[in-house]
Design a protein around this ligand. Structure first.
Ligand code: ADP
Length: 162
């Protein structure tokens, strides 16, 4: 059984992320969506919320599990008995950082491959940051995220009533 790990911050999970999940399932029998704490990015949503929303966003797929992970990704992949790391590549701008990470992970574990998948064109510009910015200014969200995510973001940015 081929197992893939799709790691990320998922703050929040978008339709771009789920597009990559769907594509991964053409290559892997089982997919672990691994949610990283990533304090460097100062996530808006708590770990519990990010995991919960990722579970809801992927519930239509069988053979997908969502789990929080901490520490070294390579160790986690090994511990879970997975075969590859999956990452999404949107634009050229993603490439340099992803290339660095993939080579670094390979340095730590020479057997570990990183598989890059391209999303559908309509999601190639979509980032969690853009969605949060839209939410902050009351923009439309449903095209980019599931309703539960949209609701959570609106809740985060709702101004206290005076
Ligand atoms: P990270 O903090 O690890 O970059 P993200 O949650 O932003 O976490 O992204 C996780 C992975 O999903 C990354 O490989 C990222 O490039 C990919 N990704 C994010 N948004 C999209 C999208 N719209 N289309 C394809 N891949 C995406």
């Amino acid at each position: 059984m081929r197992v893939g790990v799709y790691p990320g911050t998922f703050d929040p999970i978008t339709r771009g992320h789920t597009d990559i999940v769907a594509r991964s399932l053409h290559l892997f029998d089982h997919l672990i969506v691994a949610v990283a704490p990533n304090p460097r990015k100062e996530p808006l949503l708590s770990m519990a919320d990010r995991v919960e929303l990722a579970k809801i966003a992927t519930k239509e797929f069988s053979h997908v599990e969502v789990e929080a992970f901490d520490g070294l990704l390579v160790e986690y992949v090994r511990k879970r008995g997975a075969h590859a790391i999956i990452r999404g590549l949107r634009a050229l701008s993603d490439f340099e950082h992803e290339f660095q990470m993939a080579l670094l992970n390979r340095k730590i574990d020479a057997q570990l491959e990183t598989v890059f998948l391209m999303p559908s064109e309509e999601y190639s510009y979509l980032t969690s940051s853009i969605v949060k910015e839209l939410a902050m200014f009351g923009g439309p969200l449903e095209e980019f995220v599931i309703p539960e995510v949209a609701e959570k973001l609106r809740e985060c940015y709702r101004r206290p009533q005076s």
